[in-house]
Structure formats: structure tokens, C-alpha cells
Design a protein around this ligand. Sequence first.
Ligand code: PFF
Length: 449
Amino acid sequence: MAINKQEHAQWSSSFGFVLAAVGSAVGLGNIWKFPYMVGESGGSAFVIAYLFCIALVGFPILVAEWLIGRRGQKNPVNTFVDVATSEGKSRSWGIIGASGILGGFLILSFYSVIGGWALNYVTKIATGQFVGQDSDAVGATFDAMLASAGTLTIWHTVFMFFTAVIVGIGVTSGIERTAKILMPLLGLILFVIVGYNVMNGGFGEAVAYLFTPDLSKLTEDVMIAALGHAFFTLSIGMGIMVAYGSYLGREVNLLKTARTVVILDTVIALAAGLAIFPIIFSNGLDPASGPGLIFVSLPIAFGSMGAGTIIGTLFFLLITFAAVTSAISLLEPTVEFLEERTSMSRTVATIVSSTIIWLLGIAALLSFNLWSDVTILDNNIFDALDKLTSKFILPLTGLAAIIFLAWRMDQRSIQQELGLSNGAFQIWQIVAKFVAPIAVVVVFVNALI
Ligand code: PFF
């Protein structure tokens, strides 16, 4: 979505908008991160906490970000400054926009590393490397990739290069239109894998693992992980949805659109869980094995199912595509910001920002090999980037956005804009004023003490 400085363009239809929002929301967070976080947190406790956070925190904040963006019609920093000033409030609300830009910057550095893994797996599966391999051999292939800083660097570079070229030449909307075809295909293949699992064992165990409530495992760590992931997966707390909202026409119904995006995003994540955990259980793998989870499980299925090479190649290609559409949305705000605030052209702004992100990504990927001993507060660089963004920057930025909307803006005009009756608006206000902010604060304070 190229920005036009004079006339701020608008989405021609709400469908185009949904595509862009889904393109940003659905990505590695759903297919790579969600399953391994479930595994690390012991299953259903995480799933349940996550669903609560999505409904009661993520959904209202998504609506808040779009609404603020639509009012402001500018980049996130200027939007917060403008909307705050027009409501007679301090300009320092602009910091929310700035922290979002920083969040996008940091996330993309490690996101690109994983996008690189997915690309590497396209080539591995396409060349039949996993055909007939057992889980040990598949695991060894993954470990060998992680141990090679050179391999990781090459694929991270390719991923980052693609993303930068798309943003640099401003064809992001074309990519989003392609998403119209490719995203449903991704969903379809996920369901094919789920179907394969139903026939091949481990399915019942996976369903029980994911959905049988086990509140004893609902610890503070699990809560904060689930909360952070709700932000990550919906692309909120980062100013991206504020920026998207600024292109939104008046006629678009925010609540309905948010419902569509949230449901699609959640269904894809849950389907990814049902695609992966049966393979984990039927092969005796460890669900808590961390970020490699999809890479050590799915290839086993592709190596043994009929047409597995084709389906597997296509699947990892589609994951890469979903990752690119999310990565675009992570890079675009920084580029737009530099373009609007400095004398840099779009090309220069893209080259400068993506080079810095790329360098940070190299530091992140070295955590898996040469720099595995380098730690920041007990976390390697990769984990530190992940935790700093998901557990701090995103929830705090999102918190500020919802507080701003619910406590600092004129509520009557919001009711009109959301098209809610008095009764429904009261429910909205309870959630936006109390439930969502208090949930973030409580989870946060608990995690800190
Ligand atoms: N929501 C994306 C995913 O789930 O993969 C990741 C992401 C994109 C996070 C854009 C944040 C963001 F602003």
C-alpha cells in the first residue's frame, strides 16, 4: 500500500482492507509460533488463555487502532499527535506511534530469520530430502541447519531481500491481492494435513492436549505468553493497524471487519495446532522442543504421505508467502516514517531500514550457533528480541491505545462510529475501559513481581 503524501488514499472496498489486514495478521505467528508456544506451555492452558486474550483484549484493541487511524488519516506518530491535539490532549501520545515503529523494526529482524527457515525448507522438501525419513533423521536435518550460521544467513538474506524489494518498489497492494488466492490455499492445505492426521494416529491425543481444560497449568508465565501472542498474531500494539485504519473509508463497519479478521486468524492458528500435534504425538516427539517444532514434525508427514513432496513444497511456499505479507507490514511503517520525516526517497529509506534490520537479524540467527552463549538477562539474542517485543512493547503500546480511545476520546462520537445501540455500547465500554486494560496491567504486574 503505497502512501500518497498529498491525498491520503483509501481502500476501494472493505474487502481490500480485510485482505491487507489478514495478510498482516496471518503469518509465522499462526503456523510457526502458536504451536510451539502451546507446546512450551503444556497445551490447553495456553490455548484457553490465548482465546480469552484474543476476545477480550486483542479484539477491542484492534478496533481501537483502526478507529484512531481512521480519525487521524496519517502515519501512526502523526495520527496520535493529531487525534490527541484535536481532542485537547497532549502531543506526547505520539510516542505510542513511535514505540510501534520500533516494535516492527525489532520483530522483523527475527521474523526474517524464520522466514528464511521456511524458504530453506521449500528447497529441502522439493528435492525430496525427507522422503522416507524417520523423526530422528528429520530432527538431525533441522539441527544441521541451525548449526550453520552461513546457511541461516543466506536464507535470512533472501527473505529480507524479497521483502525490501516489494516495499521499495511499492507493489505491496499487488501482493495483497495475490493473497486472495494464496491464503485460502494455505488454509486448504492445513486441512489436508489435518485430514491426513485423522487417518494416521495421534489425532485424539492432540485434540485432548489442545482443548481439555487443565487450569493447573495456567501460570503467570503462560498468561503473559498468551497475552503477548494475542498481540503478535493480530499485528496490534505496533501502529500497523493504526496505519491501515488511516486508509479506511467511513462506510466500513469496524466491529464486523475486526470479527472477520480475528476469526480467520484464530482458525488458522488452531488448524496449525491440529496439523502439527498429532504428528508430534504419533512419533513420540517432544511438544516442548521450541521454535523448531513445525520443522521437525511436518516433514515427517510430507515424507510419508502420497504426493507429500508436492503438498509439502507448496505448503512451505505458502507459509513463506504468508510470512512475506506480514513482513511487508512490519517494514512499511518504518519506511513511510523515514520517507515522510526525512529527505530520504522511498528507495533510500527502504535500503537503510532493511539493512539495519538485516544486521540485527544476523545477530539473532547467531544465537542458534556461534553466539549461543551471548545472553541478555539470561536470554539469547533471538529470545531477547522476541520477548522484548511480544511481552513488553506490544502489550504496552496496545494498552496505551485502548486507554487513549476509552478514556481520552469523546465517547459519543465513538458510539456513533461503531454504530452501537446504547446497551451494546455499554458492553463495549466495560470491555474497552476496564476489562482489556486491567487484563494487560494485571498480567503485567504479576509477571514483574
Ligand atoms: N501477525 C504476524 C504473524 O502472526 O505472523 C506477525 C506480525 C506482523 C506481528 C505484523 C506484528 C505486526 F505488526
